[in-house]
Design a binder for this molecule. Sequence first.
Ligand SMILES: [Zn+2]
Length: 411
Amino acid sequence: MKRLSSLLLLLILVVACNEKEEKKEVVPIKKPDPIIMEFGFKLNDYDVVRDTIDRGDTFGSILAQQNLGENKEHEITEKVRDSFNLRNIRVGKAYTMLRSKDSAKVLKAFIYKADISHYYVVDLNDSIRAYKKQLPITIKRRTIATEIDGSLSATLSNAGVQPSLAQNLADIYAYSVDFFKIQKGDRFAVTFNEKYISDTIYAGVESLEASFFIHKGKKIYAFPFKQDPNARRFDYYDEEGKVLKNMFLKAPLKFGYRISSKFSKNRFHPVQKRFKAHKGTDYAAATGTPIVTTASGVVERTGYTAGNGNYVKVKHSATYSTQYLHMSKILVRNGQRVTQGETIGKVGSTGLATGPHVCYRFWKNGVQVDPLAQKLPNSIPMLAKFKPRFMQEMTPLKKELDSIAAIKFKD
Ligand SMILES: [Zn+2]
């Protein structure tokens, strides 16, 4: 009997244990959904609809599809008019609608993404409110030092940097470094600031603080500096405060000229007696005045046409070419390398011209543009009175750049 009872007890225990375990399994361990916040809303609370503005969409037409009723629609458009430019919604831009989770799916918020870092909210949760918000922007400061291997942008990619920094460097060193001829052994170091939206979306190079480029054994430093601290304008200077040279001269004539006609989309042509675009800048000067190439490069074309007269076109980079018309004499050949300021021809009045002048044409990516309206490096020498402030700002930047480069290059 004793044995039986203990057996029974054991049986009960086993059953009880089983029961306990079963119970454990029955109770579901429910993890709460992760809270998803976006645009300042807890998305979990809404039915979320994401779409992009289609051709023909207006804020009104989007609202009209939400079964709000005409009165409510009208009330919303009236109330948000001041804070949200309703006419400004553009095809292809993203918008998000937050609707109630019940079957009625009532619109609670409309969010329009104006650009990568700004969005507009029309919040209908309580009263009708509209406001603009900016996503947080963070600046990441970095210094890299690396050796050229392939093109400049390939080198940057290999160093884990967005290749868009290549354009910044090319602009700074356009005159002093021939980027067609950079080679293995050339080195550079650069301290720069990158912009990120919401910590993750890369939004370009914000600014460049310091750099050097070693090309053919020559080390060229560049530090941006504002002579007028309140101005937006800055130029690049070397470690001694000497201004870095421009890629382009301001004019194709060295002296004794005047601008007789500017680049214009519509001017009265003095020879043809009709209105047409003038895609050049005319510099009037005496016949025979030397015409110089405004930047270094390779002569792309020389020749004669009825309109241009004798002309020379020079290619400076993948982006830029310049052209010089109405020459009395051409002094260069096709394929010839020319350096900035070198004489390439002489002023004349060949082709369609009323008097001696050079028509200077500026090509950017194959399109003729007004060089005077371009943001070209156009540096100004530093005034002596600003030099102490420059040295004070530059010295720690140079020290930092050099020490990081020294570690990288072990020298
Ligand atoms: Zn002209």
